[in-house]
Design a protein around this ligand. Structure first.
Ligand SMILES: NC(=O)c1ccc[n+]([C@@H]2O[C@H](COP(=O)([O-])OP(=O)(O)OC[C@H]3O[C@@H](n4cnc5c(N)ncnc54)[C@H](O)[C@@H]3O)[C@@H](O)[C@H]2O)c1
Length: 361
C-alpha cells in the first residue's frame, strides 16, 4: 500500500513532542512536508533529529498544499490561526487534524466544519485525552450503560503551578483565553463525550487572575512578566444542558490546591458513578450494599514484551489514519468540538458580564 503523505504546519512544542514521533510509529504514513513560518531553524533540526528522509521544509504554505503526495495536514500552530490554516488546507483538498482548541470563536469553528463538508475532506481536533486507557475504558462503560443516565459531571483540569510560558499561551489575543480554553477544553470534551450530550442550554462562570498578576518561582516552565499575562489563571463554570444535566468545569494554570488533577472527570449516573482519581473506579449499590470497583489499567502480561493494545497519542494517530483509510468518521467529530467551543465562548462571556448566558443553537 502506498503510504499516506502528511504535512505539518507549525513546528513548535506539540509538533515535536507529539505529532512527529507518533506519526513515525505508524507504518502507513510518511511525513513529507513541514511549513513553519517563524522558526525554520527549529524545523530543520526536527527534520534532522527525527531522520525525516522524505520531508521538505517548504518556504510557503501554498507550495506545501499544492503537493499531491501530501493528503493529510496537521495544524500545530497557535489557537488564533487554527481556523484560517485548517480552512486553507481543506480547500486545497487535504484531510486536516487540527490541534485543540478547535478555534477561538464558535463562528470560526463552524466555518471549519463547513469547509470540511464542502471539500468532502475529513476534519478532526486533537482531543488526545480521549485516547488514554482510563478514558477509553470509561467510554466503553458509558456505551454499555454501566452508569445509566449521567445527570451530573465534574470536568477538572487543575494545575497547582503549570503556566505554559513558551510561545503565546499567556496572550489573550492569540490564544483566546487562558486555562479555560487551553486545558479546560480537554476536560470538558471528556465529560460531554462520556455523557454523549452536546446540547448546552445555559452557563454561569467566573474567571480570576490573582496569581497571574503575581509571579511564581515554583512554576515548572519558568517565571513570567505579570504584564504579559493577559489571560485568566483559573476559571470555574456551571453548564446546564438542555436535558437538565449539569456539568461543573474547573481549569487552572495556577491555584493554591493540594495536588494537580489533569483532565479528569467524575460522572454521576442513575445506575452508578465513576471517577478517574485513583485509576478508574465505579461506585454503586448492589443487594443493599455500596460498592467501589477499582479497575486495573495497563494490562501487562510479561514484563519484557510490550502489550499489543495502544493508548495515548499512538492510538490517537492510529484512529485518525484508520478513519481516512476506511472512510469512517474520526473519533473526534467536528460537531462535538463546536459544542465545546460554544460552551467555552459562553463561559468567558458569563465571567465578563457576571450574568448567566443562554446558548442558542
Ligand atoms: N493536545 C495537547 O494536549 C496540546 C499540548 C500543547 C499544545 N497544544 C496546542 O498546539 C498548538 C501549538 O502549541 P505549541 O505548544 O506547539 O506552541 P509553540 O509556540 O511551541 O509552536 C507553535 C509553532 O507554530 C509556528 N507558527 C505560528 N504561526 C504560524 C503560521 N501561521 N504558519 C506556520 N507556522 C506558524 C510558530 O513559529 C511555532 O513554531 C496550540 O494550539 C496548543 O493549544 C495542544
Amino acid at each position: 500500500m502506498e503510504k499516506i503523505g502528511v504535512g505539518i504546519i507549525g513546528c513548535g512544542g506539540i509538533a515535536v513532542a507529539k505529532h512527529i514521533p507518533n506519526l513515525l510509529k505508524d507504518p502507513r504514513v510518511e511525513i513529507r512536508g513541514i511549513y513553519e513560518e517563524f522558526d525554520q531553524k527549529r524545523a530543520l533540526s526536527a527534520i534532522e533529529e527525527f531522520g525525516l528522509k522524505f520531508c521538505t521544509l517548504y518556504g510557503s504554505l501554498e507550495q506545501m498544499l499544492a503537493e499531491d503526495a501530501i493528503a493529510v495536514v496537521h495544524v500545530c500552530t497557535p489557537n488564533n490561526t487554527h481556523a484560517k490554516l485548517s480552512i486553507q488546507a481543506l480547500k486545497a483538498g487535504k484531510h486536516v487534524m487540527c490541534e485543540k482548541p478547535m478555534a477561538t470563536s464558535t463562528s470560526d469553528a463552524i466555518a471549519m466544519n463547513e469547509a470540511s463538508r464542502r471539500s468532502g475532506k475529513k476534519l478532526t481536533i486533537c482531543s488526545n485525552n480521549r485516547f488514554r486507557e482510563d478514558s477509553w475504558t470509561l467510554k466503553k462503560f458509558c456505551e454499555h450503560d454501566t452508569l445509566g443516565t449521567i445527570y451530573y459531571a465534574k470536568a477538572t483540569y487543575l494545575r497547582r503551578r503549570g503556566v505554559p510560558t513558551w510561545g503565546s499561551f499567556m496572550d489573550k489575543d492569540i490564544q483566546g483565553g487562558g486555562p479555560v480554553i487551553d486545558i479546560g477544553t480537554h476536560a470538558l470534551d471528556l465529560a460531554l463525550w462520556m455523557m454523549n450530550n452536546y446540547k448546552p442550554k445555559c452557563v454561569f462562570a467566573s474567571t480570576y487572575n490573582h496569581l497571574g498578576r503575581q509571579t511564581s518561582e515554583a512554576n515548572p516552565y519558568g517565571n513570567w512578566k505579570s504584564e504579559d499575562f493577559t489571560t485568566e489563571d483559573f476559571g470555574v463554570g456551571l453548564i446546564k444542558m438542555e436535558d437538565g444535566a449539569s456539568v461543573l468545569l474547573e481549569a487552572s494554570w495556577l491555584l493554591n490546591i493540594r495536588e494537580d488533577k489533569n483532565a479528569k472527570v467524575t460522572l454521576c449516573g442513575t445506575k452508578a458513578g465513576a471517577d478517574m482519581d485513583r485509576g478508574l473506579s465505579v461506585f454503586g449499590e448492589q443487594c443493599g450494599k455500596l460498592f467501589d470497583q477499582d479497575f486495573l489499567l495497563n494490562n501487562q502480561g510479561i514484563s519484557f514484551y510490550a502489550p499489543k493494545t495502544l493508548y495515548g497519542p499512538e492510538l490517537e494517530i492510529k484512529c485518525w489514519i484508520d478513519s481516512i483509510i476506511n472512510d469512517t468518521k474520526p473519533v473526534v467529530e467536528p460537531y462535538q468540538m463546536i459544542a465545546v467551543m460554544r460552551i467555552i465562548e459562553a463561559l468567558y462571556q458569563s465571567a465578563e458580564t457576571g450574568k448567566a448566558v443562554y446558548i442558542e443553537d
